[in-house]
Design a protein around this ligand. Structure first.
Ligand code: SF4
Length: 737
């Protein structure tokens, strides 16, 4: 019998999604991937992939992929380029030419302006440990480049959750099937956490109710038993109002509170302010609905809360997440298997980050210290000519603590040099960063040297001096945790990269060589870095907490292995010490108190909301929504994915009352604007949103009419906790164009 010409390789989807699917890639005898499929052996993936990645080979083998290093042609101006004609502004160069030139330019910039004038810009275009942050971090630390505060997506909520529970842990995805009530709060499970959905369906078959709290009627909200269309940014008020009802009616779990929590008395005092009537005036709900929700949540067991990150992308989103996160502690929902809640499970993966990222290399840089920190959510300000937006870690109100293992708040005697070089990878700030016009003005600066590591021409490559071809997760090796489950996974390289595409690890090790960095760690192979991430001990096993049973060889064999505590079922926050300063679940935060900040959760309306002064000029609250079939801006260039979004693409969704008040009919061209920018879109009139709220979808600016996307409207204002982006605190006006 002849051997099969096909082989199947275990990879992991590295896109920014909680599910981190185990993906089996079938490769034919010629080395070409011919099929991708979800691994049926993985208890969360369960053999299926989402619509975005099921067609992944369209992306891997897309004819538009950038396959060779490119250099901007002399005289070609930076700025938006017509789709399909971008290559006319660039010329192919060899990797050697590109790397030599980039290293040379970085050296000169570092000498002239100081290394902190070089800024990396990356996020979760890949969430594998190596791809997200390994050799790149080593490189920038050794160089003395500015550090990037990676706040754009989840920092406010993550910091807020940790203030309450110490760690980002939560109810296992698999246990949601046991719930009798699923509360999806700002969580479009069916759209972007699709592997939780079968668990929710199973729970519903067993009699569970699904309640969705979301200003927008998402797929999940449309399928729920009860959709509460709360006004944007009023979630904290609702959570505090629910607490008030729970306490008034004696529905709290005193036993859990006494044993596991800190600050109940102070919280009980605080929530007295939040009567159902006051909360109704903010949220748009009725007092009766608030009472009903609180009762149903507190008396149904098990009650599982799925909180997602949309809630925290508002000016006071940190407080919102803190307040919501406290609900399962108030009712003791953690005690019932299938109950509790989850924002993220990422805190369970205790990779040896110091070994992977080597922050100690900063002390070998010309600075001799850790570099300043620039907040990625204020990129437009940071790229302003004078560098006026360069900020220390966090805002005055933010907590500004990032887990790099070393204190990074340091005095900077050298002043605040403007950014002169921008190295972009794993991100597309030209499309996804707030205040797009400010970002584009910055990226268009003639004196800014910009390098972009990418798969396709994007809104960011239009401003690049060099574009370097990047790999997909099929083309490199990585190790990965998840923020929606508890499995460690190895992603093995399935195919050779097409053309001259190269991984992040390769790119930064090559740049390090050309910069003359002599440390041995710049020559580490991907396998060596994976072993470091796992902190493999002398007996071959990981020494990381929760990974002690894992060897590299087993991971290679199995593909995915559950964390130790998850093998026997895991119910977090039910006993023992919690990783907060008090060792308890904190209703009252000692950390905030020590900083002179309000230690209790509170509700304040955002400046850009219907309750603020600015609403007199811009009365509509705007949601720049993510498309279900894209991953932020990823996939938005692929025709198949675009077709799936055709109905909502380039539309502004409006409630009939708002449309009528403005004389707008369905299908009319409308102008939507505020002081930061304007867009021309087509009106789509429906009741997906409450009156007073409008929505448009995130798309590539270059694929949008007028050449801008929804981030032309969003601001660089930062969240109350974590100094994150406030995409959903945006006011606009809409008129017929
Ligand atoms: S995007 Fe999410 S659901 Fe889709 S394949 Fe990747 S991890 Fe799975």
């Amino acid at each position: 019998m002849s051997a099969s010409p096909f082989r199947v390789v275990h990879t992991v989807c590295s896109h920014d999604c909680p599910d981190s699917c185990a993906v089996l890639v079938t490769v034919d005898g010629s080395g070409r991937a011919v099929k991708v499929a979800g691994d049926p052996r993985h208890p969360v993936t369960q053999g299926f992939l989402c619509g975005k990645v099921a067609k992944y080979l369209d992306r891997v083998y897309a004819p538009e992929r950038i396959l060779f290093p490119l250099r901007r042609k002399a005289g070609a101006a930076k700025g938006p380029l017509e789709r399909g004609r971008e290559h006319e502004s660039f010329e192919r160069v060899s990797w050697d030419e590109a790397l030599d030139a980039i290293a040379d330019r970085l050296k000169r910039i570092a000498e002239e302006f100081g290394p902190e004038s070089i800024l990396p810009y990356s996020y979760a275009g890949t969430i594998g440990v190596l791809g997200f942050g390994s050799m790149d971090r080593r490189f920038f630390h050794r160089l003395g480049a500015s550090q990037l505060d990676r706040t754009i997506c989840s920092e406010a909520g993550g910091e807020a959750w940790k203030l309450v529970y110490g760690k980002k842990l939560g109810t296992p995805t698999e246990d949601f099937r046991l719930a009798k009530l699923v509360l999806a709060w700002g969580a479009n499970i069916h759209g972007n956490n699709v592997h939780l959905w079968p668990m929710v369906e199973q729970a519903r078959r067993n009699g569970a109710r699904l309640i969705a709290i979301d200003p927008y009627r998402t797929r999940t909200a449309a399928l729920a038993d009860w959709h509460i269309a709360i006004r944007p940014g009023t979630d904290a008020a609702l959570a505090l109002g629910m607490m008030r009802v729970i306490l008034d009616e004696g529905l709290e779990d005193r036993e859990y509170i006494d044993e596991m929590t800190h600050g109940f008395v102070q919280l009980a005092e605080r929530v007295r302010e939040y009567t159902p009537e006051r909360v109704a005036a903010w949220t748009g709900m009725t007092a009766g609905e608030i009472e009903q929700l609180a009762r149903e949540y507190a008396t149904t067991r098990p009650a599982a809360l799925r909180l997602n990150y949309g809630v925290q992308r508002t000016e006071f989103g940190g407080n919102a997440v803190r307040a919501i996160a406290m609900l399962p502690a108030l009712t003791g929902a953690w005690k019932h298997r299938g109950g509790g809640g989850v924002l993220s499970t990422s805190g369970a993966f205790e990779w040896d980050k110091k070994a992977v990222e080597r922050p100690d290399l900063a002390f070998a840089s010309p600075l001799g210290r850790l570099a300043r920190v620039v907040n990625m959510s204020a990129l437009g300000e940071a790229l302003a000519e004078q560098g006026s937006g360069v900020r220390e870690q966090g805002s005055a109100e933010g907590l500004g603590t990032r887990d790099q293992g070393l204190e990074s708040a340091i005095a900077r005697p050298d002043g605040d040099p403007p950014v002169h070089a921008l190295l972009v990878y794993n991100s597309n700030p030209g499309a996804v960063a707030p205040n797009q016009n400010a970002v584009r003005r910055g990226m268009a600066r003639a004196d800014l040297f910009t390098v972009v590591h990418e798969l396709f021409f994007t809104d960011t490559t239009d401003y690049a001096d060099y574009i370097l071809p990047a790999t997909t997760f099929l083309e490199h090796t990585d190790v990965q945790g998840a923020y929606g489950h508890y499995f460690v996974q190895l992603s093995q390289q399935a195919i050779e990269p097409p053309g001259e595409a190269r991984s992040n690890v390769w790119l930064f090790s090559q740049l390090a060589e050309r910069m003359g960095f002599e440390q041995e760690c710049f020559r580490d192979t991907p396998e060596a870095i994976i072993r470091q991430a796992l902190a493999i001990g002398p007996d071959g096993h990981s020494t990381n907490a929760g990974m002690e049973h894992i060897t590299f060889e087993d991971l290679k064999e199995e593909g995915h292995i559950p964390l130790g505590f998850h093998r026997e079922g895991f119910q977090p926050f039910t006993s023992g010490r919690v990783h907060t300063p008090s060792g308890k679940v904190e209703f009252y935060s000692e950390t905030l108190s020590a900083k002179g900040l309000d230690p209790l959760p509170d509700f304040k309306p955002a400046a850009e909301s219907r309750f603020g002064e600015l609403a007199k000029r811009f009365p509509l609250e705007f949601l720049g929504r993510k498309a279900d079939n894209y991953m932020n801006s990823t996939f938005a260039n692929l025709d198949g994915h675009r077709k799936m979004e055709a109905r909502k693409s380039q539309r502004v969704e409006m409630h009939p009352a708002d449309a009528e008040a403005r004389g707008i009919n369905d299908g009319d061209a409308v102008k939507i604007w505020n002081d930061r920018g304007e867009l021309t879109l087509t009106a789509l009139i429906n009741t997906s949103l409450p009156a007073g709220v409008v929505a448009g979808q995130l798309d590539w600016a270059k694929l949008s009419s007028g050449g801008g996307n929804v981030n032309a409207l969003t601001s660089e204002r930062l969240t109350d906790i974590g100094a994150g982006a406030t995409f959903y605190s945006t006011l606009v006006e809409v008129i017929k164009a």
